[in-house]
Design a binder for this molecule. Sequence first.
Ligand code: GDD
Length: 367
Amino acid sequence: MIKHVLVTNDFPPKVGGIQSYLFEIYSRLDPESYLVATTVHEDAAAFDRKFPGEVIRLKHRLLPVAGTRSDLLAVVSAFQADLVVYDPIWPIGALGARLGPPYGLIAHGAEVVLPAKLPGVAGSMRRSLSGARGVIAAGSYPMQAVRSLVPTVPTFEVAPGADLSRFVPTQSVEERDAIRKRFMGDSRLPMILFVSRLVPRKGADRVIEAARLLDQPVEVHIVGSGRDRARLERLAKRRGVNTIFHGALPDGDLEQVYRAADVFCFPARSRWLGLEQEGFGIVLVEAQASGARVVCTRTGGMADAVVGTSPVVLDEGSAAAVAGGISFQLKADPKLPAGERHLIIEKFDYGRLSLQYGEAILKLAKQ
Ligand code: GDD
């Protein structure tokens, strides 16, 4: 059996896209075939007990420095690993070339494009990429970003998806009504949902600005936590937009809110002259799988995260454009077109994606 060690700071119970991707993939791999080396988290004990594979938590953040190197060397040799996989490419991926054993890298969106423009960092990233057996890219956008840095590095695209047993549409009107009564202020209004870490790139402010322009009353629901929350609350108040901030929700509640939404709106923006863009947008998959109609922008790799004919993908994210997209979706048939669920299963099922990931690991180990 090929054995590998995954090295990352971005592992649950911390919340985020990389964490969600790694959790869904690794909880489906043979637990004997890997070990996760990550950092401490206050809620880690309960999480690690339930997680199928072994998780080793080093007491410090994993960085390409001597202390992390010696700790990881001990972990990798005790496990007799054939391969080490680093996520993301930078900064922790820089350790690959210095640790010794064969290694692979995992690439996400802004986590490649942005550091590659920092003085001195592009060279370090190129060295890591050139020394790697190859790169697993979480979508076509990070794959292009990697190829533009080092065209010769072997790449394997394994896009993110969603757990399709968790993210399912409601089964009855009664179920939907009950969820809406639980989470909404006025469950007769259309629910416009946004879910994400609250940082400027994600575009929650655009949802609030757009809601103000609609010709009907709606309730905007913002799920997630982050440094942008206070600014968003002030904006909603100033604009007089009926907005409920849920903060970070537990997984079960998050699944229910998705199911209750009329429109899921994710108008992420490109920042820093295109250097910071959404690599994929897992929340778009989760929303579609839950039966919501989607409005999003076409930045970074987001077009990869939607399927079928129901999503509205906007070329620009002005308040007027986003409001137009929401109005269009509110007038459409709330049921997604026949066959769309099938497309979601075909493209985004982690059962299949984790098999692809496992095959990529074998290729990296055997190269
Ligand atoms: N339970 C819970 N509660 N989950 C949350 C909450 C919350 O309040 N807020 C966000 N999440 C989860 C979402 O459900 C989703 O699974 C994940 O956190 C967020 O994922 P992304 O929207 O994809 O965001 P990201 O910026 O952290 O991720 C980056 O890497 C991803 C994987 O490659 C970006 O580059 C993404 O575009 C990319 O998809």
